[in-house]
Design a protein around this ligand. Structure first.
Ligand code: FAD
Ligand code: FES
Length: 273
């Protein structure tokens, strides 16, 4: 069954200078039971009637309600600039849902979002309402988008910004380590001292954050799933433009991913940390 369809733009709202929320009407027949997206999956969107840019761009599903799909995006280059120009009633080309999804947590879990990585995790927090401890990091307060929405969905939210304009000043992974090591109250055994178990971690964000998480997961023995945001060309497994190195060989992020067990990823320096 083809996953290609055309949708109508319902809203394309600016949340601030960098971030926008796109809502499209996908139509009832498109969002039938087999095509309902799961948290972690993504869609390829093409915003333009022209061939510039030629390629669709990948975006995580933020929300799916009735016939509508919502996406949160950061304006970066040509593709996202074209998206930002879409107006109500415009037609957009879409392929999806694509890729695998986050394995569903059994109980409580930890979500770690860096910047626009929150787009990938929000639907998991929504599906598993009040069971996720969210660690949300961004460059500054202005870039902590949808904070009030996730505060209503998560069991607890911890925030860090690079400039200290909201939450703790510093990296979100530092807050996570404090949390994992804390015993007041003790939600966890002292995991960083070693041992299996603990709440699973689900993460999406910039590579430096994921690399730090990889080390935390390895040292603590905590299961950690990451959604990787590689550049993509086709999005459907045909071009090999999105491959990443894993312990068992090269894998396509658009097909075998975007969600991987972090311990399988071979980072650029050739290690799995
Ligand atoms: C599975 C998946 C899900 C994604 N979900 C979202 C989402 O929900 N919201 C969102 O805003 N973005 C998301 N992205 C990233 C998004 O696809 C890119 O930001 C987008 O393709 C950029 O297109 P562009 O033409 O505007 O920028 P380009 O002109 O292609 O690039 C502009 C700048 O952005 C950088 N860039 C481009 N793509 C990426 C990327 N994947 N990661 C980091 N930097 C990049 C480039 O290196 C360049 O510096 C996702 C990516 C993947 C693979
Ligand atoms: S983007 Fe073409 S194979 Fe993944």
């Amino acid at each position: 069954m083809t996953k290609y369809f055309k949708a109508t733009v319902l809203e394309n709202t600016a949340l601030n200078k960098h971030f926008r929320l796109l809502t499209i009407d996908a139509g009832r027949s498109t969002l039938n039971a087999q095509r309902m997206p799961s948290p972690g999956q993504f869609y390829m969107l093409h915003s333009s009637d022209t061939y510039d840019p030629l390629l669709k761009r990948p975006f995580s599903i933020l929300k799916c309600e009735d016939n509508t799909l919502k996406f949160l995006y950061r304006v970066r280059g040509k593709g996202t600039s074209c998206l930002s120009n879409l107006r109500k009633g415009d037609i957009i080309e879409v392929i999806g849902p694509l890729g695998n999804s986050y394995p569903e947590p059994d109980g409580d879990f930890i979500a770690v979002a860096g910047g626009v990585g929150i787009a990938s995790l929000l639907s998991l927090l929504e599906k598993r309402k009040n069971t996720g401890y969210l660690f949300y990091g961004a460059r500054s307060k202005n870039e902590l988008v949808m904070l009030s929405e996730v505060e209503a969905l998560a069991k607890e939210v911890f925030v860090a910004t690079d400039d200290g304009s909201e939450g703790k000043k510093g990296l979100i992974t530092e807050l996570l380590i404090d949390f994992l090591n804390s015993t007041q109250p003790p939600p966890f055994p002292p995991l960083l001292k070693g041992g299996e178990g603990g709440l699973p971690i689900y993460a999406c964000g910039p590579k430096p954050m994921l690399k730090k998480l990889s080390k935390i997961a390895r040292e603590s023995g905590i299961k950690c799933y990451v959604s990787l945001e590689e550049h993509m060309a086709c999005g459907i497994g045909a071009c090999l433009g999105c491959v990443v190195r894993t312990a068992s060989g090269y894998r396509r992020v658009c097909k075998e991913g975007p969600v991987f067990d972090i311990k399988d990823i071979v980072w650029n320096n050739g290690t799995r940390e």
